[in-house]
Structure formats: C-alpha cells, structure tokens
Write a protein that binds this ligand. Structure first.
Ligand code: ADP
Ligand code: ASP
Ligand code: MG
Length: 406
C-alpha cells in the first residue's frame, strides 16, 4: 500500500474556490494510485478570529476551553474537503483528532502528539476511503481536546506520515517552497531545492513561518523527508532532508527574521552573583521565553545594565514581573517594541571563518546599528531597529550571494 500524506495550510483552504483546487490535487494523487491521507489546517484567519473571541469575552479564559474553541476551525475545513470529494464521487470522511484518536500530552495550547491510533484509518483506507484529518489537535489522557502550538498542522501531517508509514509527505502552502528568505518580504528571495533538517529547524525557529519548528524536530527525529510546495503551482518545491543528501557550496543557506520581539533593558542593576538568575526566575515560572540576553558591566561602581528580549505578546506580563520582583534592584526599565531580529543560518558557518565579520561589516556599511547579538554553531542573530528590517535582509542576501547560489 503506497500511502501519501497531503497537508494543506490555511491559505490553501482559505476560500471555497481554493478548497475546490485542493480537492483536485487530492484526486490527482488518487489517480496516481496512492492511498491518500489528507491533513488540513483551518481556513485562513479563522484560528485568529477564534482566539480573539476567547480574549474578548474573559481576561482569564481557561486554557482547556481555549483549545476546544481553537480546534474548531480545522473541523470546518476538513468537512468541506470531505464533502466536496464525496460530491465528486470519491469516498471520503472527516476525522477529528479525538475520533482517531490522536493522543497528546503536555500543556494545553502546546501539546505534543505521542501516538496516533492507526486501526480505524487503515481500515478505511483499505476500503478505498480518503480520510481527511484535522491538523493542530488531539486528545489527552483526561479525554480533553488539546491543540499543538500555532502552525501545528505541519506536525500533525509529519506524525501521520510517521505512524501510517507513508511513502511521502507533502506540505502544500501558499509559496513555491522554502526560500532563502521570506519571498513576501523581498523579491531577491530564491527558492531552495533541498535543505537539511538542521538548517530548516534553525530558520523556522528564527521566524520562517513556512514550517512550524516542532514539525521539523519530528521530521528529523523520525527521518521523514518532506516536500514543501505550492497549492497553486505545479512547479517543484523544496525537499527537507538529511544533510548527507545535500550538495551545495554556500556557507549561508537563508535569512530569517522576526517582527514580534520586544527589548527590555534594566539600567543600573546591582551587580552580585545570582542577579541574572533572580531576574529570569519569575519569567521562567510564568512560561515566558527569554531569547537574546546581553549584560554590560557599567563603569559606575558595581552596577550593570542587562538587556533581553521576549515575544511582544509576553511584554506586559514580563514588565509586571520585573517591576514587582523584590529580589533585584535597578534604576530604570527601558522598553523598546520597535525591534526585529535578523538571523543568518547555514551549516557551512562551522567550517568557514569570517562570517560574523562579513555580516557586521555589511550592516555597518549601511549604517545599521546592531543592538544585541547572539550566535550558535549554525546561526548568527542580530537585533536591529524594525524600520531597517527589509534593508538589512536585502544587504545580507547580497553579501552572502544567496540569489545566485543553489
Ligand atoms: P500555511 O497556511 O500553508 O501553513 P504559513 O502562512 O504558515 O502557511 O507559511 C507560509 C508563509 O511563510 C509564506 O506566505 C511566507 O510569507 C512565509 N515565509 C517566511 N519565511 C519563509 C521562507 N524562508 N520561505 C518561504 N516562505 C517563508
Ligand atoms: N490553524 C492553526 C493555526 O492557525 C494550525 C495551522 O495553521 O497549522 O495555528
Ligand atoms: Mg503554517
């Protein structure tokens, strides 16, 4: 049995017309003698609208109920796809996470799939049916509906490929594949033919929304090759695969960026051992993810300035926690919402000296100020003023010759 998982994102099922297109794609794979499993996200914008409803009705909307609401968008999209397939003479039905069931563990809003029970779906496929599975959701041990992190239909699809032992997993989206940078930001972005799990994971974690980071983790762990392509074009997409399968010369593979960071600087912090831990402890306890951190020793006595970034959505909570933190003393708290993090990513960095210098020099030449820096083996990130985002990405794209590579 040749099984293929086809996943469609929000923009691909964004209207009834687009769903008709999706259905045509599904049928084309049935005609190629594949046993097709469809995984769908909610129609474009629906999950955000649902989230807004929970926020507008209550200050502290219970997490459990939030997941019940947020998961409903996928139910609509899947029923529309299955309904249209039936109308065209193909046996199909929708499958909600709890009906399969897709078992999850962990917190609401960020659950992890631990198992997908196969029996019902496999029986259905064997009888010639096309299951249309809701992405982004599951059920936990308390028999409550859960959702994965945002963008989690990618993970649902990849784990369907794992549990159903699919031959192929295709992620259909609104761009023609993975690009050197977001093609919606700059025209110079170039489609990548093949990218390693490691580089894709880094690009996704640093802001390339095209794939959910957790989904790439799962693909890498389970060695599942992913094909990312457009719902609206027949062109080849991008293969996400093992490093070993890739031959390329470029040091840098791509540039990612974020637009939803905030920078906080604590000026004049009393510098003593454990001070950073005292600042970050309450943030950790409240599940706030601190990203970039830099600490400067101030020339004035035993004082220091400490700068860090958090997601914009966590800013007000972070601010309150810092201001009421009795275990630290500081003179002033400065907040900046107009920042963006720009990152260059590439495994070639490990063996190529001078990448950091080239990045900084290219930005300096255009008078772009770097506010914070962080690095890992295969990426360098800088925090800059948001107004310089497009310019910075384009300069770095040029500096590392990303348009002419691949
Ligand atoms: P879907 O609805 O199919 O899940 P998403 O909106 O989650 O799609 O992701 C697709 C979007 O990701 C594209 O429209 C594009 O703007 C953005 N994107 C960001 N970085 C990249 C990149 N490096 N390559 C391709 N797309 C990217
Ligand atoms: N509908 C969900 C979201 O908007 C899941 C997804 O799109 O993958 O986050
Ligand atoms: Mg997505």
């Amino acid at each position: 049995m040749k099984i293929i998982v086809l996943k469609f994102g929000g923009t691909s099922v964004g209207s009834l017309k687009k769903i008709e297109k999706v259905v045509k794609i599904v049928i084309s794979y049935v005609k190629k003698k594949y046993k097709v499993i469809v995984v769908s996200s909610a129609m474009e914008g629906v999950t955000n609208e649902l989230l807004l409803k929970t926020q507008n009705i209550a200050k502290n909307f219970p997490e459990e109920e939030k997941d019940v609401i947020l998961s409903t968008g996928e139910q609509i999209a899947c029923a529309l796809i299955a309904g249209k397939l039936n109308d065209l003479g193909y046996k199909s039905r929708s499958w909600l996470g709890w009906q399969i069931p897709i078992i999850t563990s962990g917190n609401y809003s960020s659950s992890r799939i631990i198992e997908i029970k196969k029996k019902n779906i496999v029986n259905y496929i064997k009888k010639g049916g096309i299951p249309v599975i809701t992405g982004f959701q599951g059920i936990n041990n308390d028999f409550r509906i859960t959702t994965l992190e945002r963008g989690g239909s990618d993970t649902s699809a990849i784990l369907c490929a794992k549990f159903f032992k699919a031959d192929k997993c295709i992620i259909f989206t609104d761009v023609k594949g993975i690009y050197t940078t977001d093609p919606n930001l700059t025209k110079s972005a170039k489609k990548i033919e093949k990218i390693s799990y490691e580089e894709m994971l880094e690009m996704a974690s640093l802001g390339a929304k095209v794939m959910q980071p957790a989904s790439i983790q799962e693909a890498r762990l389970n060695r599942i090759e992913i094909d990312v392509k457009s719902t609206f074009s027949k062109k080849n997409g991008t293969i996400i695969t093992k490093k070993r399968n890739i031959l390329h010369k470029n040091t840098i593979r791509g540039i990612s960026f974020t637009k939803n960071d905030a920078k906080l600087t604590l000026v004049g912090v009393k510098d003593k051992p454990g001070v950073a831990a005292s600042i970050f402890k309450p943030l950790y306890e409240n599940s706030i993810n601190v990203d970039m951190v830099v600490q400067n020793i101030s020339p004035v006595g035993r004082e220091t300035d400490l700068t860090f970034t958090v997601k914009l959505e966590d800013l007000s909570k972070t601010r309150k926690l810092v201001e009421k933190n009795k275990s630290i003393k500081f003179k002033k708290l400065i907040i900046n919402r107009n920042v963006s993090k720009v990152s260059i990513v590439g495994v070639g960095m490990i063996t190529t000296p001078g990448v950091t210098f080239r990045m900084f020099k290219a930005l300096a030449k255009k008078k772009i100020n770097i506010e914070v820096i962080s690095t890992s083996e295969i990426k360098i990130s800088v925090l800059i003023n948001k107004k310089n985002l497009k310019k910075s990405v384009e300069i770095l794209h040029q500096e590392f010759k990303l348009s002419s590579s691949l």
